[in-house]
Design a binder for this molecule. Structure first.
Ligand code: 13P
Length: 245
């Protein structure tokens, strides 16, 4: 399975900064590279290195109509988005996105021909309380209920422990392997063709820890926040993904 490394720019960038970043980005062979950019920059990203996939960071669960401020999956499709992040922990925690809404957004993205990158992960309190797979299982079950078993195998999952996001404190390769294995086992137990599902890790991935993380069992790529805003760092992480066996 070709690894996927997706940059999540979050609410960062400007026309000038994006252009400078794109001018330095060289697509790395042996890995699929994507950038998930703020909505207004989707137009600018029409001019990007060939082979660099485009994605968004959210999508409406609704198709069209009176939903002020929302952006539909069909609109993202018109701009050539292949991926859309749904259920990022920042959206869950800061914008009250519930498990069921995440499932509906994943369904909307798939209906428009895109691949949702569904984020799951526990807080530090939940980890300390031994709740890691209980929490992730609940998050996955809500998506499975909405999209169904067959479609579940066609999405990308991202394990993003909340305590590792933007903290500089990445999960260890062992922790990542354990949870990714748990996610794959959960999928299998629920009838999903688990080997088809790419499971990315996200949370303080940097050039200096990327190789160890990508070498861990069941890690099919990464979702990269801060380091994706620095061309050299993003490319180094992509090279680590391409080189991992
Ligand atoms: P950082 O890489 O900045 O920790 O962010 C991870 C993330 O949230 C990617 O979606």
């Amino acid at each position: 399975m070709l690894r996927l490394v997706a940059g999540n720019w979050k609410m960062n960038g400007s026309l000038a900064a994006n252009r400078a970043l794109l001018d330095q980005l060289v697509v790395v062979p042996g890995v699929e590279m994507a950038v998930c950019v703020p909505y207004p920059y989707l137009a600018q990203l029409q001019d990007r290195p060939s082979g660099l996939q485009l994605g968004a960071q959210d999508v409406s669960e609704h198709e069209a109509g009176a939903y002020t401020g929302e952006v539909s999956a069909a609109m993202l499709g018109e701009f050539g988005c292949r991926y859309v992040i749904v259920g990022h922990s920042e959206r869950r925690a800061l914008f009250g996105e519930a498990d069921l809404v995440v499932g509906r957004k994943a369904r909307a993205a798939q209906a428009a021909g895109m691949v949702p990158i569904v984020c799951v992960g526990e807080t530090l309190d939940e980890r300390d309380g031994g709740q890691v797979m209980a929490v992730i299982g609940r998050q996955l079950a809500a998506v499975l209920d909405v999209v169904g078993v067959e479609a579940m195998a066609r999405l990308v999952l991202a394990y993003e422990p909340v305590w590792a996001i933007g903290t500089g404190r990445s999960a260890t390769a062992g922790q990542v392997a354990e949870v990714h294995g748990g996610i794959r086992a959960w999928l299998r137990a629920h009838g999903v063709d688990a080997k088809r599902v790419r499971i990315l890790y996200g949370g303080s991935v940097k050039p200096d820890n990327a190789a160890a993380i990508f070498a861990a069992v069941d890690v099919d790529g990464g979702l990269i926040g801060g380091a994706s805003l620095v061309a050299e760092d993003f490319m180094a992480i992509c090279r680590a993904a391409a080189d991992a066996v």
